[in-house]
Design a protein around this ligand. Structure first.
Ligand code: NAP
Length: 484
């Protein structure tokens, strides 16, 4: 179930919020501590068409109205008398709250400062409390592995339990809780009305993460990245799972530091496949028992597939995606190709071009990196001055020059374009970079980063599922998101 907490102050705003939340929520939480006059809760409870949780959080537990504890408990009792379906009482006050006949009691513990060492003991004490109908624990997640303790606690619970991680690292616990038997998750009505750190909106939970379709059999996939919030991989992969009606969920895993301990620890879920992006494409290789030869040569893995024997195999779908996109426009053999940049994307493209017997030149801000990559792929490192003196068949930008917000920048002088040359930009935001705009104006053939992104994602999807990826759906979702 999804519970939307109200963070409105006035009766009028709260009634409007209930009308809106009734359309998206299975339960609504009325936060008495937010209300200017808690008496209006009586009207709010009657007004809702879905069940109500009444809560008065203390300041140190994320509340916003400091109030004597006795008075706080009296307000909760009033809410129960007015017909609230659930009352949330903290464990340390549960002894003081009288048993209720028609109202379920959520006995809770919150920790906004960090993940408690005695997490399991606290939860056990909550569950054992005679007043407890539903146990609730919400704690700040310090490291992504803390989520596993939450999932384990949910899986082994004999009592209805709400267990959620707060903060950015706790997001996966809010989304995946249903798979592990969590009673409900909290989601905000709109951006900016969150009642705790890390909440996303109910519509994002339902539409981007398919919350309603998650069950105990749902197979987990995800992206390992840092940062991860901006990634469009959850959008395209969850949309593809949805289109093919696959019981799968794709999560954003923000992995700080070395990713191998994370990969090892999350085998217990398990995670059936990963996308891997900045800064982990090189370091994840240590976790893999097999890496396809091309990915080995590139030195970077952007796709991990769990095999039937639980072994992890690595692939690089960036190379394949970029080369395919360019080959749709031109046969690469013996063509003069300029790669601008010498980072991860450049490496993937360089080895792809080498496999097609193209003539490779590399120009990079840090010349030494261009030299090193050129040596590895039998190419030539060239300076910016030399770039303009050569007639190129294919120009490939793999730097972030021209990416939003710096859309006035371009890594290539427009006088160097010739009609019919192919110009590829790995950037997809904006869709048409200054480089591509100027290339178009010179009748060059252009390819934007969306094509590569969709193609690399489609290959990942096919490696994981064995099914043909619905590329049109993936692209529509991505384009719609970019437009927003
Ligand atoms: P990376 O490994 O960090 O490499 C970045 C490259 O860009 C380096 O060569 C760097 O030069 C150069 N660079 C960065 N800022 C620059 C500047 N201001 N002026 C000149 N050169 C600059 O990153 P990556 O993984 O290769 O990604 C590069 C770009 O490709 C990003 O925009 C990324 O979003 C995009 N990409 C797109 C896709 C897709 O599917 N469409 C896939 C992968 C990557 P130095 O060596 O001098 O630092």
């Amino acid at each position: 179930m999804i519970c939307i907490p109200l963070t409105t102050k006035t009766e009028t705003d709260s009634l409007a919020a209930i009308d809106a939340a009734n359309k998206h929520a299975d339960i609504i939480e009325i936060r008495l501590d937010y209300l200017d006059d808690p008496n209006c809760a009586q009207k709010l409870i009657k007004h809702s068409t879905v069940p109500i949780i009444a809560t008065w959080r203390k300041i140190e537990d994320g509340g916003c109205n400091d109030c004597n504890d006795n008075i706080r408990l009296q307000w909760l009792q009033k809410a129960a008398n007015w017909g609230a379906n659930y009352i949330d009482v903290e464990l340390e006050y549960a002894d003081e709250f009288p048993p209720q006949s028609n109202t379920k009691i959520i006995v809770s513990h919150h920790d906004f400062k960090g993940f408690p060492n005695d997490f399991e003991t606290i939860l056990e004490n909550i569950r054992k409390h005679p007043l407890c109908d539903i146990a609730k624990i919400a704690v700040k997640i310090d490291k992504i592995q803390d989520n596993l303790r939450i999932f384990q606690a949910l899986k082994t619970s004999k009592k209805e339990t709400i267990a959620l991680g707060m903060g950015e690292l706790g997001l996966i616990s809010r989304i995946a809780t249903k798979k592990f038997g969590g009673y409900l998750t909290f989601a905000s009505l709109t951006k900016g009305t969150e009642s705790a750190p890390g909440q996303i909106t109910a519509s994002e939970l339902r539409n981007r993460f398919r919350y309603d379709k998650i069950n105990t059999d749902t197979k987990i996939y995800g992206i390992i990245a840092n940062p991860v919030g901006h990634s469009m991989s959850p959008d395209i992969h969850n949309a593809a799972f949805d289109k093919l009606n696959l019981n799968c969920l794709y999560l954003p895993f923000k992995v700080d530091g070395e990713p191998n301990a994370f990969i090892e620890d999350f085998k217990q879920i398990p995670v059936y496949g990963y996308s891997v992006t900045i800064p982990h494409k090189e370091s994840v290789q240590k976790s893999l028992s097999q890496i396809e030869p091309l990915a080995q040569q590139i030195g970077a893995v952007n796709t991990i597939v769990m095999q039937k024997n639980n072994e992890l195999h690595g692939y690089n779908s960036d190379c394949w995606a970029a080369i395919n996109a360019v080959e749709n426009k031109i046969n690469l053999t013996d063509k003069n190709c300029l790669i601008i940049g010498a980072g991860g994307a450049a490496r993937a493209i360089a080895f792809g071009l080498q496999s097609r017997q193209a003539n490779i030149s590399i120009c990079n801000r840090t010349f030494e990196k261009a030299q090193n990559l050129a040596k590895e792929c039998n190419g030539l490192a060239i300076t910016q001055a030399e770039v303009q003196s050569i007639k190129w068949d294919v120009i490939l930008n793999t730097t972030s020059v021209g990416m939003s917000p710096n859309t006035d920048e371009t890594p290539f002088d427009k006088n160097g374009f010739t009609p019919n040359c192919v110009v590829f930009d790995a950037i997809y935001n904006p869709l048409e970079t200054k480089l591509l705009k100027e290339a178009n104006s010179k009748q060059a053939k252009t390819i934007n980063g969306v094509e590569m992104f969709i193609a690399q994602g489609a290959r990942q999807f096919e490696l994981w599922t064995g099914a043909k990826a619905p590329k049109d759906i993936m692209q529509n979702v991505m384009l719609a998101k970019l437009k927003n």
